[in-house]
Ligand binder design. Sequence first.
Ligand SMILES: Cc1cc2nc3c(=O)[nH]c(=O)nc-3n(C[C@H](O)[C@H](O)[C@H](O)COP(=O)(O)OP(=O)(O)OC[C@H]3O[C@@H](n4cnc5c(N)ncnc54)[C@H](O)[C@@H]3O)c2cc1C
Length: 394
Amino acid sequence: MRVVLGAVEGLDLEAREVIAGPLRLPYDYLILATGSYHSYFGRDEWAMQAPGLKRIIDATEIRKRILLAFERAEVGMSEEEQRRQLTFVVVGGGPTGVELAGAIAELARHTLARDFRNIDPGAARIVLVEAGDRLLKAFPEALSAYAKQKLERLGVEVRLNHRVAVKGDEGVCLGDRLIPAASVIWAAGVTVPNLKDWLLAETDRTGRVAVEPDLSLSNHPNVFVIGDAASIPWRNGMSVPGIAPAAKQGGRYAADVILAAVNGKRKPAPFRYRHRGNLATIGRHAAIADFGRLKLTGGLAWWLWGMAHIYFLIGVRAPFLVAAQWFWAYLTFGRGARLITGLAPLVQSPSKTPPANASEGSPQRLSLSKADLEQTANGIAKQNQAVRLAARAT
Ligand SMILES: Cc1cc2nc3c(=O)[nH]c(=O)nc-3n(C[C@H](O)[C@H](O)[C@H](O)COP(=O)(O)OP(=O)(O)OC[C@H]3O[C@@H](n4cnc5c(N)ncnc54)[C@H](O)[C@@H]3O)c2cc1C
């Protein structure tokens, strides 16, 4: 197997070539597994204010924004601005949104609870907004209701039947009501980029490519689309879900079809997705599991969720390492890395809310001059630089 690092920019189906920058890679068979990305429903400008979670770089960006919001709230601003910094809005009530909202609530109420002097991190407001009438709609209603109740017990405000409009630095609008929020995280919907243009094929509304029963492209039996990028009919009018087991099964199946063709053997029967179940976590000791007739909630489902994710990690070292880290985090209520990576000024600008004199009417509040704030921001910038240099050195 040859591995080439590069971004595919197009395909020449007639010449049977993949185009990646200056490279033209010829093929006999082609498997497209380019996955999906978050969709802003045509409002891509919201991506700056409301990052989504897909790649590792997205995860560290979101971590940075969440931790910085607490730091910014700590350094004495107007109460209004403090409230804005301590308001976190998660858009989308699927598994990613539910997990994020639960994780932020636990971070605020437990992990960071004693780390600040001027603010109470536990007072952070976490709002989870979903356009539909329930969370986790891939799960049965009873499990959705359990997830909502658990999140609310963690202090998350769940807003159903609401569509969000991101309002720049200010926050989000639900209908005509503004929720001032410095941190907005996007977990609402996915789209499949590029394939529609490259293949000129039929796609569903999220851009997933319609495939034949053997996962090949109509009129192109040597081109396969699998995983999140493919729209494969399943049951009750639904498509095969965009989850890892479906992608892995599709990959194995497409390889079998190609091997059979190359070796002159009989073509395998049409692709059949085997659904092993759905798992979603909400927070500590709270998860849901749907295995058809068997449905689980609470601690048992949570342990199962953890074990399932560790079991499928590749290699020998990773499962042990992750298991040890998770167990430690479980015992200590801690979170792995609390690094704020990347340059980010402590003082956010420009904000619609003018910073008031921090000491007025609040004896507990620190009174910091502009010079103090700049010094702190420079300190953080230097620390970040040091972290980056250390990371580069290792
Ligand atoms: C936050 C989050 C949590 C999730 N949790 C779970 C879970 O708990 N369980 C579960 O089963 N599933 C989970 N999923 C879904 C799961 O990750 C996907 O279903 C699965 O990764 C799909 O596999 P794939 O191979 O189709 O695509 P991907 O894993 O997305 O891989 C696509 C690859 O193609 C590359 N690529 C894209 N375009 C190009 C191009 N033009 N040129 C070159 N390379 C390109 C991308 O960089 C990427 O590496 C989660 C997803 C997210 C975002």
